[in-house]
Write a protein that binds this ligand. Sequence first.
Ligand code: C2O
Ligand code: CU
Ligand code: CU
Length: 520
Amino acid sequence: MSGFDRRTFLTVLAAAGAGAGIGVPLLSGIAGSSSTGTVLRSQLALPEPFTVPFTVPPVLAPTGDRYEIVQRAATAEILPGVPTPIWGYNGIFPGPTIVSRSGDPAVVHHRNALPVPVVAHLHGGHTPASSDGYPTDLIVPAGAMPTMPTMPGMPGMPTLADPRATVTVGERTYTYPLRQRAATLWYHDHRMGFTGASVWRGLAGFHLVHDDEEDALPLPRGDRDLPLMIADRAFAADGSLRYPSVDPTLQRTPGVSTAYSGGVLGDVILVNGRPWPLAPVPAVRHRLRILNASNARRYSLALDPPPPGGGGLVQIGSDGGLLDRPRVHDAIEVAPAERFDVVADFGRYPVGSKVTLVNRFGSGSTAVVMRFHVTRRERDDTRVPATLSTIEQLDPTHAVATRTLLFQDHGGAMGWQINGHPFSPGYATATPRLGSIEVWRLISDFHHPIHLHLVHFQVLGRGLSGPGAYDAGWKDTLDLRPAEEAAIVARFDDYAGRFVFHCHNLEHEDMAMMANFQTA
Ligand code: C2O
Ligand code: CU
Ligand code: CU
C-alpha cells in the first residue's frame, strides 16, 4: 500500500464503516501491511543496488568532559559521483555516533551554524525536561534575535506564543543523566513544525548506551556490532534531496503540500547514509542495531535467502534495551523511530553467499535495503544466551489513571490531531503524578507510530489480543496500525516538567499530531 493516498485511504476506511476509528476491528489486509504516505520519486539515475560500500558513522570523541557538535550545511556524496547538499551534525549524515555508559552523564554542546533554528532531542533518553529538546526550546542561529516561538502560519488558527520556551542564541548544552539501561538511542532535530524536513536533510545520529549487564553477555561486539540507520530519501535532478515543504526556507509555514500530508516516502533506501550498501562480513554472528529513521516508511525486514531452517533475525533488544529472552523472527516490522537489536548468524550460510536484507513492504527500488556478502570463515565465540535480562513487568492494576488518546486526521494543515486538538505548547493533555503508573489506550485511524518522551513503556495488548510479535520489552515507540486500539503501561519517574508525546510519522508530527504531558 506504499503510495496509497491518504484521502483514498480515508474513503476505504469510511466504506468499511471504520471512519471514526474507535473500537472497530482491525482491517485485515490493510493493517500491518504498509505505510501511510505518498512516494516522492527521484529525478536522476539511481545506482545499482549493492554497489556502494557499507560504512558505519564515526564515533565522536569527547572534547574534555563534553561532546561538541556543530550543526552545519555540508555536501555529501550519497549517490556515487553526485554531490548532495545536506544538513549534518558535524556536517555528516548520519551524525557521529555518541557512545556512553549507563549512569555516566553525557554532556553534549550543540552549536547551530544552520540558517534556521534547531532543537536537539535524544530519542529514548530518560532526560530532564530542560535537556529533552522541547519543540520550542530553540537554538536560533547566531546573530538572530531570541524571540518567543509561535506556532507559525497555520491558516485560521490563532498564533500561539509559548511563554515557557527557552530560546538560546547560537549554542546550547544538553545534559543527559543516562540513568537507564543499555540501549540503542538516537538523536535528531525536533523543531516545532519543521522536524520532518530537517531530519530528511540529515539531522539524525546514533547515541549508544552500554552497561555492565549487557557487557557480561557473550554477544557480538566491536566490528560485529553494526548500527543500521535505515532511511528512505528522494533526489532531485541536481542531486539535492527532494522534499515537498510548503515553505522551502523552513522558517515560517510548517508542513508539506497536501499530496504528501499522509507522509513522505522516498524511493531510495539508505543505510547509514549509503544507498542499498554492500557489507562484506565474516561467516559469524553479527549484532544489527536496526533503527528506522525514515519520516513515514514502515519496513518488514527479512534475510533473503533465509538461513536453513529460517529464523534469521534473533531479536535481543528493543527501543529500551535488552529483552528478557531472545525472540526468533523470520521478519520484523519496523515503524519510524523504532529500534530492533537483532543477531544474524552469517555462519549459517556457506562462504560466498550473498544475503540481502529485503523489505517485504516495499516494491521495486524499496523492496531491498542492503546486502551482506559472506566472505570468509572466522572464529566465533559469541552466542545468544537463553536469558538476556530481567524485566520488571509493570502491573496495570496498579495504574492510578487510564487515559484514552485518539490519533486522527481532521483534514487541513493542522489536521493530524490528538483527541481533536492540534499541538499547542500551552495545553497538557495528561498530568501524570511523578512515580505513578498509568495505562494509556491509543486509538488510530491510519498508521501512527506513537512515541512518548521521558518514559519507556510496555505494551499490554492490541485490540482484544495480547502484545504483538514485535512489541516485546521496553518500548518508547509503538507501531499503531490503522483502526487499531492498543494499551500501554508506563511509570512516569524522576523528572518533573513538560514533555511531549506524538506521532513519529514526521509529517504528521509537524502537522500538529503532538501533545504534552506534564509530570509533577
Ligand atoms: Cu524521536 Cu519526539 O522524537
Ligand atoms: Cu523522543
Ligand atoms: Cu501519525
